[in-house]
Write a protein that binds this ligand. Structure first.
Ligand code: XMP
Length: 518
């Protein structure tokens, strides 16, 4: 792999993704990794990420000096660039000039310059630093500069060491992806040969080895991750897999059919649906508090899953092949973040996509553990899953239950389901699915406002549209949807959904708002 050394800023995941977009497999490792541990991973390249600190601050994240002497091609970015300069005998200084944001940069573009050759000699790069490299280490060529930073990039081709002060991984750096690809392919000579076909083949082999002839159970939520995870496992072990789908009555319009009919047709997976809508809705009666709702839904989900699981285990045991494995659609960001160890504040008790309890007596099969969301989608498509499932927006485990502000009732769910279906239909028709990360549609069931329709006064509820753009759901901005699309959605919802007489747009970023309302 290419190792991305994480100095504790939010950039490491982005760098890892950009490396993979260049068709090279990458893994994130903490900056505390030793040279020996790096050697054991046998990397073909190393990228040192940016970080929040100054290399001179007490307690600034450091790097084992042996790493730069391993002979592995290495690219330092921002803080990583400064760490490199400092360790190799260059000089990092407080210049007193802070560069932040889009910065005019002058670049040396001679042909033999593997990192920046062939690019325009003036370009906009995205900077965020206080300290600067004042003098490059001996044997290094300076490749770029800005008005206030004399050494904005350097290279030592013999040693395979490269660095840039700017952040090539962010889209605001005009030729950022070129820098990353040049480092990987030209400077380090790494071929672009990592793709979804390889990932599937690799995972299929790994799953077969892990599972042998054992039986496997998987929970399907209707979402992308659990659907793709189950499909890979099915590819590996066929009918040794059985899937459980809990219909909790909080699904979107058509969701159950997409799973029971389209998904099963595409995969041939054996599926058991648990009809639990009544149980869930009864348990939610009289409850308006968001955290209480989430806890009830999580608890009922576990109960429903466990009862299906007991039946299946009994059936499997009676023919001598007990179920020993459970599939989870855990993604790479979850793995990285839970390895971070600093413990983030509990903003909302996320009820996992599969929603499965941790104390089930199964060994976990996690075929997506090394993947990012967009990669999971690519693999789903490669496996032939229907676009309605692979291309769908993220949908929270607790479903429409946390999109009704107020008590969840059958009638309110019916209204929301219609409004949500209209919004999704119009956004897709306008070709906006790629631009939007997701668009929760929220019913403010406890709010009423006066309207007029025909000749009469109405006293109905507002529907909130919450379109957001995001790369990872950790931060988000509201999407600037075209007015005519908003107008059409508003018109249709107020005309077609009874008791809704107003449509409002949520124009809050995250933070301070979260994506969902509850
Ligand atoms: P928030 O509202 O926290 O949402 O900004 C971030 C992302 O997570 C989704 N979400 C959930 N997903 N179980 C899930 O599987 C949950 O309980 C849950 N709550 C929120 C949300 O839709 C968004 O994509």
């Amino acid at each position: 792999p290419v190792l991305v050394v994480d100095f504790g800023a939010q950039y490491a995941q982005l760098i890892a993704r950009r490396v993979r977009e260049a068709s090279v497999y990458s893994e994130i490792v903490p900056h505390t990794i030793t040279a020996e541990e790096v050697r054991e991973k046998n990397p073909i390249g190393i990228v040192l990420s940016g970080g929040p600190s100054s290399v001179y601050e007490p307690g600034a994240p450091s790097l084992d000096e042996g790493i730069l002497r391993l002979g592995v091609p290495t690219l330092g970015i921002c803080y990583g660039f400064q760490v490199m300069a400092q360790q190799l005998g260059g000089e990092v200084a407080h210049t007193g000039h802070r560069e932040y944001g889009a910065t005019e940069t002058t670049v040396r573009t001679d042909d033999d310059n593997a990192l920046l050759g062939g690019q325009p000699d003036h370009q906009v790069t995205w900077m965020s630093h206080g300290d600067s490299v004042a003098i490059a280490p001996e044997g290094f060529q300076v490749l770029a500069s800005t008005a206030t930073t004399p050494v904005a990039a350097f290279a030592n081709d013999e040693q395979g060491l490269y660095g840039v002060q700017w952040h090539p991984e962010v889209k605001h750096s005009e030729y950022g992806q070129d820098v990353i690809e040049n480092f990987l392919h030209r400077a380090a000579g790494i071929p672009a040969d990592w793709n979804s076909g390889n990932v599937i083949a690799e995972q299929v082999a790994r799953i077969r080895e892990q599972v042998g002839s054992g039986r496997v159970i998987a929970g399907l939520s209707g979402g992308v991750d659990s659907a793709v995870a189950a499909a890979i496992v099915h590819e590996a072990v066929g009918d040794q897999l059985v899937c459980v789908f809990v219909d909790h009555g909080l699904l979107r319009k058509d969701e159950r059919r997409q799973v029971e009919v389209d998904y099963v047709a595409a995969t041939g997976i054996r599926l058991v649906t648990v009809d639990a809508a009544d149980t869930f809705l009864d348990a939610l009666t009289g409850v308006s508090d968001p955290e209480t709702k989430r806890k009830i839904i999580g608890r009922e989900f576990i109960r429903a899953f466990e009862s299906a699981e007991r039946d299946l285990v009994a059936e499997a045991e009676s023919d001598g092949q007990p179920i020993r494995f459970l599939v989870q659609g855990t993604l790479y960001p979850d793995v990285v973040e839970s390895g971070g160890g600093t413990g983030t504040a509990n903003i909302k008790s996320h009820h996992n996509v599969g929603g499965l309890p941790e104390d089930l007596q199964f060994e976990l099969v996690e075929p997506l553990r090394t993947l990012f969301k967009d990669e999971v989608r690519a693999i789903g498509r490669e496996l032939g899953l229907p676009e309605e499932i692979v291309g769908r927006q993220p949908f929270p485990g607790p479903g429409l239950g946390i999109r009704i502000v107020g008590e969840v009732t059958r009638d309110r769910l019916a209204l929301l389901r219609e409004a949500d279906a209209i919004a999704r239909e119009e956004l897709s028709a306008a070709g906006l699915d790629q631009q939007i990360w997701q668009c929760p549609v929220v019913l403010l069931a406890d709010v009423r406002s006066v309207g007029v329709q025909g000749d009469g006064r109405t006293y109905g509820h507002p529907i909130v549209l919450r379109p957001v753009s995001s790369e990872d759901a950790m931060t988000a901005d509201w999407t600037r949807l075209p007015y005519d699309v908003l107008a059409k959605i508003s018109n249709r919802i107020t005309n077609e959904v009874p008791e809704v007489n107003r449509v409002v747009l949520d124009v809050t970023s995250k933070p301070p708002g979260t994506i969902e309302w509850e």
